[in-house]
Design a protein around this ligand. Structure first.
Ligand code: ZN
Ligand code: ZN
Length: 395
């Protein structure tokens, strides 16, 4: 079947994809709590037939559409979780769960993947298909440690050759689709540092070890990591986002707690930063007679797209929408655990524009008035179909 015919079929089922998205939007669930969402996805997938549907973890779903012949194995990943936000949209399908909202577009990701699964299983004959197309409906993208590593440990990538996924983007106009080969998103690691001095009367600072003054030195000197210790051409963020200590005007507190995030895109740099951080913290606290405790937790991996798979998706965007639709994503220091899959097998994560200024669809992700232009769902299904056919050697 020609690509054009596939795209027409995608148009015919567009209303169904929109209906799935609206149902999911009305019934959002938080990370690691996606029980009804997973059940809904599972039942919808089972209704398509031809697929082996399983639950790798309590709130995730995998569906395998396996051909009778050996061939490439392609995984398509969609995240399914919502956020702890009270929706402020005035939509007929507004969230029915108080304080929970699909404010990142994962309802759309899920609906797109269901649409792709429906179309491919309806139109491809498993007896002649070479290889397998696998759908990964992942829980808990929004809440570290995330769902991806858990699903991979449960075997969802076993035997897979390629993985693709996409994120809807409200800041990008609908009709545009972005790709980038190489680094796209950062590793969002977190740290906590407790500086312990010696508390006392504010009128007698010489008898104390002032944890606030020392903590302030730590904050200032950590900025030297990005400005002086590491190369300016390697992206790195070190931000202290929390500084807790003291409670009144005449007492110097005995300790303060600092916390923050470290973000970068280079695995080697990522290993080096906590070592240099600790060197600075140790030096400052020692110099002033204080002590410290530091904890450092690795978050998602940096997301680094595979060149060849990215090129195939880029080519598919052009085939579906024309070359004007394609743009190159500017890497950002945000994060997504799609990186867990692409770390292991060749893959790419691309962006689907879902904003629409004329329709007032302008709010950023994680905003109480975030929404998407549903035309982006149609575009998403088409780009995934074209990419999947290419990666499976079917066009
Ligand atoms: Zn999000
Ligand atoms: Zn998201």
């Amino acid at each position: 079947m020609e690509l054009k015919a596939w795209l027409e079929l995608a148009d015919l089922q567009h209303n169904q994809v929109v209906a799935w998205r609206r149902y999911l939007h009305q019934h959002p669930e938080l990370s690691f709590q996606e029980s009804n969402t997973a059940l809904y996805i599972e039942e919808t997938l089972r209704s398509f037939g031809h697929m082996t549907v399983s639950r790798p973890t309590a709130t995730s779903v995998m569906a395998r559409f396996a051909g009778a012949q050996p061939g490439p194995v392609l995984a398509i990943r969609a995240d399914i979780d919502a956020l702890p936000i009270q929706e402020e949209n005035d939509l007929p399908f507004v969230s029915q769960s108080s304080g929970v909202m699909h404010a990142c577009g994962h309802d759309g990701h899920t609906a797109i993947a269901l649409g792709v699964a429906k179309l491919l299983t309806e139109q491809l004959d498993p007896t002649s298909l070479e290889g397998e197309i696998r759908f990964i409906f992942q829980h808990a993208e929004e809440l570290p440690p995330g769902g991806a590593e858990e699903m991979i440990a449960a075997g969802v990538l076993d035997g897979a050759d390629y993985v693709i996924g996409a994120h809807l983007q409200s800041p990008v106009e609908t009709g545009k689709v972005g790709v980038v080969a190489g680094p796209m998103l950062a590793s969002p690691d977190i740290f906590t540092v407790t500086v312990t001095g010696k508390g006392g009367h504010a009128a007698e600072p010489h008898l104390t070890v002032d944890a606030i003054a020392i903590g302030a030195q730590v904050v200032t000197n950590l900025q030297h990591l990005t400005s002086r210790h590491f190369s300016p051409v390697e992206p790195l963020v070190v931000s202290v986002t929390k500084f807790l200590g003291g409670h009144t005007h005449n007492i110097i507190p005995g300790s303060v707690e600092l916390g923050g995030t470290v973000r970068c895109m280079e695995p080697g740099l990522r290993e080096e930063v906590p070592r240099r951080m600790e060197q600075i913290i140790r030096g400052i606290t020692e110099a002033h007679g204080a002590s410290y405790e530091m904890s450092y937790t690795y978050g998602y991996r940096p997301l680094i797209n595979h060149k060849k798979v990215t090129q195939i998706v880029a080519g598919s965007v052009i085939d579906v929408l024309g070359s004007n639709a394609l743009y190159t994503i500017k890497p950002s220091m945000a994060a997504d655990d799609m990186s867990a899959y692409i770390h292991r097998i060749p893959g790419t994560y691309f962006n689907i524009g879902a904003g629409n200024r004329e329709q007032g669809i302008v709010y950023p992700h994680h905003h109480p008035r975030f929404t998407i232009d549903e035309e982006a769902l149609r575009i998403g299904v088409k780009v995934f179909i074209a990419s999947a056919l290419k990666l499976m050697g079917l066009r």
